[in-house]
Design a protein around this ligand. Structure first.
Ligand code: ARG
Length: 461
């Protein structure tokens, strides 16, 4: 395929260099956006009288046909093309000759590629947002179901205080709601049209950039043409939002992996979402969760890649910027793949409530409640804390739990203990009493769920 820029050159490009230079391998996935951008550009050229309305129509019709042919597989992308922009222009010119050659008036591949990536990533961002919404809804369903399923809450991976499984799940809900919020925020700065910035300095033609921006669903235009072609902040922001989202999925995966172990056995994944071992017949492995955790690394890598590519390039376009695509494409693919399996994995897991409850009964996670009880009987918290610590020490030595000690045993440590103590250290009561805003009590979790439902609605508006 002839290059777009052969005029000043006497020799054809070396074959290896052509291969090295070409981006068609990865930018061909933006063919739809490239054609959509070109159709908007042709409309603008026609409206402004830069080409005739008839020429604009002919270009638009043929571009639409090229798109339909590509979709249908009737036209194949030439792997020898330099990039998707050259390919589409060549396909157009092959069909309508000289009129096709007018499309590139008042445009450069520099603003063209910037438009294409924004349009492409805007779609990918919206798709991830839809997936995240489904995940949030699933979590809300599970949290409602498990508003009073008691389990131990942990700090330092040591049993700490009683909570409910619903409360724990709602913590993840909050993270994913923030992820949606971050995507919304990122979308605002992404959704600005660089089209018409041309190579870097704008154009001498009487273009209408606002019209093109509107046709393409952008909220506005880049106000500086140099920035228009040089800015890749939106890629960095999206990769960063994806990295944070993956970090959340990875933490969640880590817990799922722990919960599946015999040491915890809080949940069991559905057979369709776990794998076996080729040698150990007893094994049922949480591979999906492990892979999600592992794939987080590559998304972080994608973020570091683009940050590094952008850090030292002078204004405006430099070929380094061709390296902006593969990383973020990989990040988007990875996030989408992960979410596609993660949500149904959660939806189909079996929650082993009894095991959670038994784990909550061990580990003295109601010790804070015992200390709080003494505080209600008039002791300062520090003193109550110390007495309870001594009682726990006694339990450890004698192999007892706070619930199984007798009133007389309690009285050896303090005369403040009365029979109502046993009500206060009952696990269900300990949870039910944590009614502070955002706390573990089922009624607080109900409020959280309501709040999250509304928040989700607002985020989707
Ligand atoms: N393939 C190029 C890229 O992805 C398109 C822009 C080329 N512009 C240029 N002046 N060579 O960045």
């Amino acid at each position: 395929m002839e290059k777009l820029w052969t005029g000043r050159f006497k020799k054809a490009l070396d074959a290896e260099v052509n291969d090295f230079n070409s981006s068609i391998r990865f930018d061909s996935r933006m063919y739809r956006q490239d054609i959509t951008g070109s159709i908007a550009h042709a409309s603008m050229l026609g409206k402004q009288g830069i080409i005739t309305p008839a020429e604009a129509e002919e270009i638009k019709e043929n571009l639409a046909q090229i798109l339909a042919d590509l979709d249908a597989g009737a036209l194949e992308i030439d792997p020898m093309a330099e990039d998707i922009h050259s390919f589409v222009e060549a396909a157009l010119t092959a069909r309508i000759g000289d009129t096709g050659k007018k499309l590139h008036t008042a445009r450069s591949r520099n603003d063209q590629v910037a438009v294409d990536i924004r349009l492409y990533l805007r779609d990918r961002l919206d798709a991830v947002k839809t997936q995240l919404t489904a995940l949030c809804r699933e979590l809300l369903r599970l949290a409602t179901e498990h508003r009073d399923t008691i389990m131990p809450g942990y700090t330092h991976l040591q049993r700490a205080q009683p909570i409910t499984f619903g409360h724990q799940l709602m913590a993840y809900e909050m993270m994913f709601l923030r992820d949606i919020d971050r995507l919304n925020d990122c979308r605002k700065r992404m959704n600005v049209s660089p089209l018409g910035s041309c190579a870097l300095a704008g154009t001498t033609f009487d273009t209408d950039r606002y019209y093109e921006a509107e046709l393409l669903g952008f909220d506005g235009i880049s106000e500086n043409s140099i920035d228009g072609v040089s800015d890749r902040d939106f890629i960095i922001e999206l990769s960063s939002a994806f990295s944070i989202l993956m970090m959340h999925l990875s933490r969640f995966s880590e817990e799922i992996i722990l919960w599946c172990s015999w040491e915890f056995k809080f949940i069991e994944l559905d057979d369709a979402y776990s794998t076996g071992s080729s040698i150990m017949p007893q094994k049922k492995n949480p591979d999906i969760a492990e892979l999600v955790r592992g794939k987080t690394g590559r998304v972080y890598g994608d973020l570091m890649g683009i940050l590094t590519v952008m850090k030292g390039i002078p204004l405006a376009y430099n070929k380094d910027m061709q390296e902006d695509k593969e990383g973020v494409f990989d990040a988007a693919d990875t996030v989408e793949q992960c979410l596609k399996v993660f949500t149904p994995m959660l939806a189909t897991m079996r929650v082993l409530k009894e095991n959670m409850k038994n784990a909550a009964a061990k580990g003295f996670i109601n010790a804070t409640d015992c200390a709080d009880y003494l505080v209600t009987k008039g002791l300062p918290f520090r003193t109550a804390y110390k007495i309870t610590g001594e009682i726990v020490g006694y339990c450890v030595e004698t192999g007892k739990t706070l619930e199984s000690l007798t009133q007389d045993e309690y009285l050896q440590f303090s005369d403040k203990f009365e029979p109502d103590l046993f009500g206060s250290i009952d696990m269900a009561v300990c949870v039910a009493k944590r009614t502070s805003a955002g706390g573990a009590a089922p009624q607080s979790v109900d409020k959280e769920i309501l709040w999250a439902e509304n928040r989700l609605k607002t985020l989707l508006d």
